[in-house]
Design a protein around this ligand. Structure first.
Ligand code: MN
Length: 260
């Protein structure tokens, strides 16, 4: 088996090394990761300049392919020419902080996995619920437990078959690998906090994007609820943004031609 691992926190992030280490023994591992922290870059591709790749040499990162681009760039390059063969599985993470509810739309971690999924490769994104890398080795063990369960289901979807995309959030706990694993739906967050306005040392007005809002829809069945209950949350994702429920409303209101 050949596994491609990427992340959005950059190739030096402890969560990446921990995930790579946790996958030991599963087969051939290729790591392609951004040079810089690229959290919050969603599915962005770099189209305005070329991308460079170098092989990392330091401890814990030896042999990682490092790209001066986004998480999606990393997986895109890996699947379109950088790697000699198609991976059987794409993994992303482990992210420094939760990717629940609306986070999934902004997340580079989820996007890296999604890039694999869009190319037909099954993919799993892993995030720790709290920032700071607390109990990262336990989170990696929990990730490995999920991967082992997935692999035990049978052969992974091959090229031409329907892939899957799983979004996994893991509580920062020493017993993470033994916590109940529950399948959830995405919750929703309140709108972000207000932008933070400051004056730079050169007297310019500057702005920082504010922190994400708190959970708004966090009821039973959601990822927020599962993690708050001390469970590992596993949400199957899809990419269809169509609002199917309102199609007939908009057809009545706007359409001037028959459905095609
Ligand atoms: Mn991140």
């Amino acid at each position: 088996m050949h596994i491609l691992i990427a992340n959005d926190d950059g190739y030096l992030a402890p969560g990446l090394a921990a995930l790579v280490q946790a996958c030991e023994g599963l087969g051939q591992i290729s790591v392609v990761a951004p040079e810089q922290n690229a959290s919050g870059t969603s599915n962005a591709l770099t189209l305005s300049r070329p991308l460079s790749v170098f092989l990392a040499r330091g401890e814990h990162v030896k042999g990682f392919h490092v790209i001066n681009g986004t998480p999606s760039d990393c997986v895109h390059l890996a699947l379109t020419g950088l790697l000699p063969q198609r991976p059987d599985l794409v993994l992303s993470g482990i992210n420094n902080g939760a990717n629940m509810g609306d986070d999934t739309l902004y997340s580079g971690t989820v996007a890296a996995a999604m890039e694999g999924y869009l190319f037909g490769v099954p993919a799993i994104a892993f995030s720790q619920a709290e920032k700071g890398w607390g109990e990262i080795d336990a989170a990696a063990a929990a990730a490995r437990a999920v991967i082992d369960q997935v692999l035990a289901l049978g052969p992974l979807p091959a090229a031409g078959q329907t892939p899957f995309l799983l979004n996994v959030n893991i509580p920062n706990r020493a017993d993470a690998a033994r916590l109940p694993r529950v399948v959830t739906r995405l919750g929703r967050r309140h709108a972000s906090e207000a932008v933070i306005r400051q004056t730079s040392p050169r007297g310019e007005v500057i702005y920082w994007i504010g922190p994400a809002g708190d959970a708004r829809e966090a009821g039973e069945g959601t990822d927020f609820h599962a993690v708050a209950q001390g469970c590992v949350s596993i949400t199957p994702l899809q990419v269809d943004l169509t609002d199917h429920a309102s199609r007939s409303h908009w057809a009545g209101a706007l359409a001037t031609g028959a459905a095609v």
